[in-house]
Design a protein around this ligand. Structure first.
Ligand SMILES: Cc1cc2nc3c(=O)[nH]c(=O)nc-3n(C[C@H](O)[C@H](O)[C@H](O)COP(=O)(O)OP(=O)(O)OC[C@H]3O[C@@H](n4cnc5c(N)ncnc54)[C@H](O)[C@@H]3O)c2cc1C
Length: 444
C-alpha cells in the first residue's frame, strides 16, 4: 500500500508534538518549510530529512560541500519525530554473537561504532546547542522477565567486561530493579551506563534549524518521484516543483522509502515493522515517586520487546505491534494491557496519547550502509535503535559519498540486496510475531 505521492500527510498525534506546541514559538526551532519550486544543481542531494539525512548534510556542510535536502513531508514526520527517544549504544545483535560469527576483532569494531553513536548525539547536541532536546545521559536498564533471560543478559555483560574491557554494563538484582522501576515483573537486569534519553522531535527539528542557519537548504513537502542518470553521469531527481541535478545522492528514506516509486527499491531491503507507543496522563504524585525513580530508559527481554520511560511526568510505554494497522486501536489496547500487567498501579491511569511509526528491520538485524551505484549512497535499517546510530551513520554515509572509507565494520554493504520473497514480508512478519508472542506467553 503506497500513500499518494504529493499529498501532505498528517503528523503522528504524539506526546512530542503536544510538548513542542507548549513552548513559545519565538524560540521554537524552524527550518524554512518551503517545498522545492525551481531547478537546482548541487554537489550532493540528500533524500529524507530524518536523523540520517540531516547528519549527512551536516558532515558535508562541515567539509564545505554544497548539498540540499528533499523530504516528502515536514521535518520530523518520519521515525525521527515519532520514536521513543532512547539513545542506546547497542545493536540488535549481541557483541558475543558477533564475536562468535565474525571474530573478536569485528566485535571490537562494532562495539566502538555502537558507542560512537552516543558520542555523535552528544556532539550534535553541543554543536547545535540543542537544549530543548533535553538529552540526558541516564543509562538504560534492561529488565529480565525470566531467570533464563537474566542468565543470558548477565553472561553478555560479563563477556563485554572481560573481552571488550567495557565496564559500563552492570548486573542489577531483582530488588534493585523493583525499587528502580516500581514493577514486580522482573527477576533482575543489566544496566548499560552509556545510554540516555532525548526528546526526539525537538532533536530532529533542532538539527534542521541548525542546518538552515548554516545555509543548508531543506525542501519540505518535496517528494522525490523520479531518480535517473543524465548523460554526464549526474543523478537527476524529479520532484513536483522542480528537478535537482547532483553529482552524488544519499538516500536516507529508511522505513518510509515506499512513499514513492523512486525510492521504493530501498524499501525492499527492509522488513518494516510497526512500532506503537502510548503515553499516560500525568502521574499522581505518589505514583510519580514510585515509578522509574532514576528516570532512565527501560527495555525488557521478551521477544516482542516492550520498553518504557518517564517523561513529562507521564509513563511512556512502547512496543512492536505487528498486528494492528496504522490508526487502529487494537495495538494500542494491547500495549495498555501489557503496561498494566507490568505496572498494576497504572490500571486507573488514563492513556492520553497513542501513536505509531515504522521501524526498518533487516534480515541480519544490523543497519546497512553502502552504494547502490557509483553515484548513490544509502543508509537504512536501524532495527528500532536509530536515534544514536542514524546520527552517526548519516555522517559516515556522507563520507562514503565523498569517496572516503569510514569505519562501518559489519554495516558496510555492497549494493542493494532486496529481502527474498519481499511481497510476502507483511504476512511473514505477522507469522513470526505470533510465534514470538506465543513463546513470550509460555516463558520460553
Ligand atoms: C515508534 C518508533 C519508536 C522508536 N523508538 C526508538 C528509540 O527509542 N530509540 C532508537 O534508537 N530508535 C527508535 N526508533 C527508530 C528510530 O526512530 C529510527 O531508526 C530513526 O529515526 C531513523 O531515522 P532516518 O532518518 O533514517 O529515517 P526517518 O526519520 O524515518 O526519515 C526518513 C524520511 O524520508 C522521507 N522520505 C521517504 N521517501 C521519500 C521520498 N521518496 N522523497 C522524499 N522524502 C522521502 C520521509 O518523509 C521521512 O521524513 C523508533 C522508531 C519508531 C517508528
Amino acid at each position: 500500500m503506497r500513500a499518494p505521492t504529493t499529498q501532505p500527510r498528517p503528523h503522528a498525534d504524539s506526546l512530542w508534538r503536544a510538548m513542542a506546541a507548549r513552548v513559545p514559538t519565538m524560540d521554537a526551532p524552524v527550518s524554512s518549510g518551503a517545498p522545492l519550486a525551481r531547478d537546482l544543481d548541487v554537489e550532493v542531494a540528500i533524500v529524507g530529512a530524518g536523523y540520517s539525512g540531516l547528519t549527512a548534510a551536516y558532515a558535508l556542510q562541515k567539509r564545505g560541500v554544497e548539498c540540499a535536502l528533499l523530504d516528502a513531508n515536514p521535518v520530523g514526520w518520519g521515525a525521527s519525530g515519532r520514536n521513543g527517544g532512547v539513545v542506546s549504544s547497542k545493536f540488535r545483535l549481541s557483541f558475543p554473537s558477533i564475536a562468535n560469527s565474525h571474530g573478536v576483532d569485528t566485535a571490537i569494531r562494532m562495539h566502538r561504532l555502537a558507542h560512537d553513536g552516543v558520542r555523535a548525539v552528544e556532539s550534535l547536541i553541543d554543536e547545535f546547542k540543542l537544549t530543548r532536546a533535553q538529552f540526558e545521559h541516564t543509562g538504560s536498564l534492561r529488565c529480565a522477565h525470566t531467570e533464563r533471560a537474566l542468565a543470558s543478559i548477565r553472561a553478555e555483560a560479563d563477556w563485554v567486561r572481560a573481552t571488550l574491557k567495557d565496564t559500563s554494563m552492570t548486573f542489577q538484582s531483582r530488588a534493585e530493579i523493583e525499587h528502580e522501576t516500581g514493577s514486580k515483573g522482573f527477576v533482575g537486569g543489566v544496566l548499560s551506563a552509556d545510554a540516555g534519553t532525548i526528546l526526539p522531535l525537538e532533536y530532529v527539528r533542532g538539527l534542521a534549524a541548525g542546518l538552515t542557519a548554516r545555509g543548508v537548504p531543506i525542501y519540505e513537502s518535496t517528494p522525490v518521484i523520479g531518480m535517473s542518470r543524465a548523460e554526464d553521469g549526474r543523478v537527476v531527481l524529479k520532484a513536483p516543483g522542480g528537478t535537482v541535478r547532483a553529482k552524488r545522492v544519499i538516500v536516507a528514506t529508511n522505513a518510509y522509502s515506499n512513499l514513492t516509486d523512486a525510492t521504493a527499491p530501498y524499501h525492499r531491503e527492509l522488513v518494516p515493522f510497526r512500532s506503537a507507543m502510548i503515553a499516560t496522563a500525568k502521574l499522581l504524585p505518589e505514583l510519580d515517586a514510585q515509578l522509574m525513580v532514576n528516570r532512565r530508559s527501560y527495555t525488557e527481554t521478551r521477544r516482542m520487546m516492550k520498553w518504557f520511560r518517564k517523561v513529562d511526568g507521564r509513563m511512556l510505554f512502547g512496543g512492536r505491534d505487528a498486528f494492528g494497522k496504522e490508526g487502529e486501536p487494537t495495538g494500542f489496547d494491547a500495549l495498555q494491557r501489557a503496561m498494566v500487567a507490568l505496572f498494576p498501579q497504572l490500571k486507573d491511569t488514563p492513556v492520553e496519547y497513542r501513536w505509531s511509526g515504522y521501524v526498518g528491520m533487516t534480515f541480519n538485524a544490523l543497519p546497512h550502509v553502502g552504494k547502490s551505484d557509483d553515484a548513490t549512497v544509502f543508509c537504512l535499517g536501524y532495527n528500532g535503535a536509530g536515534v544514536a546510530m542514524a546520527s552517526l551513520i548519516g555522517q559516515h554515509a556522507a563520507a562514503l559519498a565523498l569517496g572516503e572509507s569510514p569505519e562501518l565494520a559489519m554495516l558496510a554493504q555492497d549494493g542493494l540486496r532486496p529481502v527474498p520473497f519481499h511481497a510476502l514480508r507483511a504476512p511473514g512478519v505477522r507469522l513470526v510475531a505470533a510465534w514470538y508472542q506465543f513463546l513470550d506467553a509460555v516463558g520460553a
